[in-house]
Design a protein around this ligand. Structure first.
Ligand code: ADP
Length: 254
């Protein structure tokens, strides 16, 4: 904590040995008025969550399992772009650590050679007019070894250690929080445009043939771009372009 070069992120810091989910804890703190930049970090989550109520594997001492409270004064429609912003900041942080193969799978996963290194879960509270707070949950696999992964993740997950990046969790945390803060203030100062451009550069989804799975509706196409709201544009075989929102779909490579 002392060595953090951030101005706001992590200045208020809640550490827990164990918790159900850092997002739950952060939301509770945000409800009680916790300030922007508050970070909740834990050694393990008993019920870590992904999007669409899927679980997030968060074993003791093996990763950076944390949530960050933001209170931006932009409109609620902008909130989904915070997820893309976080993905950009994290990917740049990994590049800094020497992991140049890290790329972003739309909207919120960071992959290395097709395997997931990071999951991001953004939750917002507020009205149609105003964001009360955003809680950004981030799970980074740091020290996990291949043989420790549960069966269902053996082929789809990776960690910094598995990618040959030998770094302490505190050092990785410092680089990540600094990168997140830098990206956030750039967005507050200059808007999302530059960050969305960086997202395009760092994406492993654009140009790929993908399958889109929405409830009751699965189709295939080519991911061509993201729009200014961060929605994915998918060209389906008849030439029409579909606009895919992050909330309700998952995409798979074909
Ligand atoms: P996606 O956006 O890829 O559809 P989510 O963002 O909802 O998925 O993340 C949850 C999924 O991530 C789980 O269903 C599981 O397959 C995978 N997963 C869970 N824990 C981990 C982990 N620690 N590392 C990598 N992948 C994980």
């Amino acid at each position: 904590k002392q060595i953090l070069k951030t101005d706001v992120f992590g200045k208020r810091y809640v550490y827990m040995d164990t918790t159900e989910s850092t997002n739950l804890e952060a939301r509770r703190l945000a409800q009680q008025g916790a300030e922007e930049g508050t970070v909740v970090v834990t050694e393990e989550q008993a019920a870590g969550r992904g999007r669409l109520s899927r679980g997030w594997y968060s074993p003791f001492g093996k990763g950076l399992w944390f949530s960050l409270i933001l209170r931006p004064d932009f409109a609620p429609v902008e909130a989904p772009k915070c997820t893309l912003m976080a993905a950009v900041a994290l990917t740049k942080a990994f590049h800094k650590m020497g992991l140049t193969d890290a790329g972003i799978k739309w909207p919120n996963d960071i992959l290395v050679n097709g395997r997931k290194l990071v999951g991001i879960l953004t939750e917002m509270s507020g009205s149609m007019e105003e964001i009360s707070y955003i809680v950004m949950g981030i799970g980074v696999n740091v020290k996990t070894k291949q043989e420790e992964l549960p069966e269902e993740l053996k082929l789809i997950a990776t960690s910094l250690t598995m990618e040959g990046i030998d770094i302490e969790r505190t050092e990785a945390f410092k680089i990540i929080l600094e990168s997140l803060e830098h990206q956030y203030y750039e967005v507050l100062d200059s808007g999302f445009e530059e960050t969305l451009n960086e997202w395009r550069q760092l994406s492993v989804t654009l140009g790929e043939e993908i399958e889109v799975r929405a409830p009751g509706n699965t189709y295939e196409g080519v991911a061509t771009d993201i729009d200014e709201d961060g929605n994915l544009l998918v060209r389906i075989p008849d030439g029409t372009v579909k606009r895919v929102m992050a909330g309700d779909v998952s995409i798979r490579p074909r």
